[in-house]
Ligand binder design. Structure first.
Ligand SMILES: C[S@@+](CC[C@H](N)C(=O)[O-])C[C@H]1O[C@@H](n2cnc3c(N)ncnc32)[C@H](O)[C@@H]1O
Length: 279
C-alpha cells in the first residue's frame, strides 16, 4: 500500500526539472523510507507504478488530504456516511495523520500532534495493564498504544466507514494485525450493557464532541463505565481543552455525573485535555 500526502509530494515536484533522478521519501506517511525514481513523465515507485506529474501536483494542492496510489492513479482517502451525515477524510500532519470528522480533527493538531496526543492520553492512566476497553476506535491510536502492555484490548467503533479509512492509514495497521486487539462494531452505549461487570482495569473513553455524541457523556453511560471497571481501575475521559469555555462547562457536568455514578476520585489532566476517574 502506497499512501502519500503533500509532505511527500512537494519534494518530488521540486525535483521535476532538476538533475537528481532519485529521491528517498516515505510511501507510508513517514513510518519508513523508500526510494523513488524521478522520470520525465512522473514518479516511478519501487513496485513499478508511475504517477504522472499532474497527479503529484494534485496531491500538493490538497493539504488536508491523503491519497492512496493504486494502478498508477490516486484515490483520495475520504468517505461519507449518509445515515449519520458524517464526512470523513484522512488528514496528514508532520507525524501521524488524523481523521477529519465533518471537518473536525479527531486528534489534537495544534502544538501537539496526533501521536503526542495519544501518548498524553496513555500516560494519564499508565501502567496500562489487564483487560482494556477503548470505547471509540477512530483511527485506533489509543487501542494500539494500549495493546503494547495490556493483556487484551476491546475497542468499539460505531461507523464502518471510519474503519474503512483506518484500513488505508499506515499508522493504524496494528489495529488490524495485533491479536491482542478485538474490534467490535456498534454503538458502545448499547454494547456496554451486555459487557460483564468488573472486567476491565483500564478504560479509554475518547468520544466525539459532546454536541454530536451527548449519550457518551450521560449519567447512564458513566454508570456502565463504573460497572464494567474493576475495583482499583481507572478511566481516561477525553473532554477537550479544560480551560476553554466549552471545555469548562462539559468537564463540570461530566465530573458531577461521574461522581454520581460512583467514581470516588476524579482528577483533571489538562496536558491530555481530559479527566481521570478512579474506582
Ligand atoms: C475522537 S474519535 C476516537 C479516536 C481514537 N481514540 C483514536 O485514537 O484514534 C471518536 C470515534 O468514536 C466513534 N463513535 C461515535 N459515536 C460512537 C458510539 N456511540 N459508539 C462507538 N463509537 C462511536 C466515531 O465514529 C469516531 O471514530
Amino acid at each position: 500500500m502506497i499512501v502519500l500526502s503533500h509532505y511527500q509530494a512537494r519534494p518530488m515536484l521540486e525535483l521535476r526539472h532538476g538533475r537528481l533522478n532519485a529521491l528517498s521519501t516515505s510511501l507510508d506517511l513517514g513510518l519508513t523510507q523508500s526510494e523513488v525514481r524521478i522520470a520525465p513523465i512522473g514518479v516511478v515507485f519501487p513496485d513499478g507504478q508511475v504517477l504522472h506529474w499532474e497527479k503529484i501536483e494534485e496531491i500538493c494542492r490538497s493539504e488536508n488530504a491523503c491519497f492512496l496510489v493504486e494502478d498508477s492513479d490516486i484515490i483520495k482517502i475520504q468517505t461519507y456516511t449518509e445515515e449519520l451525515q458524517r464526512f470523513y477524510s484522512l488528514m496528514p500532519t508532520q507525524r501521524a495523520p488524523t481523521m477529519l470528522l465533518s471537518g473536525i480533527p479527531m486528534h489534537r493538531i495544534k502544538e501537539v500532534d496526533p501521536y503526542e496526543d495519544t501518548m498524553r492520553k496513555y500516560k494519564t492512566i499508565s501502567p496500562i495493564i489487564g483487560r482494556v476497553l477503548d470505547t471509540c476506535t477512530g483511527l485506533g491510536y489509543t487501542a494500539i498504544a494500549a495493546a503494547r502492555t495490556a493483556e487484551q484490548v476491546i475497542t468499539v467503533e460505531l461507523d464502518p466507514n471510519v474503519l474503512w479509512i483506518a484500513r488505508r492509514n499506515p499508522w493504524s495497521s496494528a489495529l488490524f494485525d495485533n491479536p491482542k486487539i478485538t474490534q467490535l462494531l456498534g454503538d458502545v452505549s448499547e454494547l456496554i450493557q451486555q459487557m460483564e461487570s468488573e472486567t476491565f482495569l483500564r478504560i479509554f473513553h475518547d468520544p466525539p464532541a459532546f454536541r454530536i455524541a451527548g449519550e457518551l457523556y450521560s449519567g447512564e453511560f458513566y454508570q456502565h463505565l463504573y460497572r464494567v471497571l474493576k475495583p482499583g481501575g481507572r478511566v481516561f475521559h477525553y473532554i477537550g481543552d479544560l480551560e476553554s469555555t466549552t471545555g469548562r462547562v462539559v468537564a463540570k457536568g461530566a465530573v458531577k455525573r461521574l461522581q454520581e455514578a460512583g467514581f470516588t476520585m476524579i482528577a483533571r489532566k489538562q496536558e491530555a485535555f481530559g479527566l481521570v476517574a478512579y474506582k
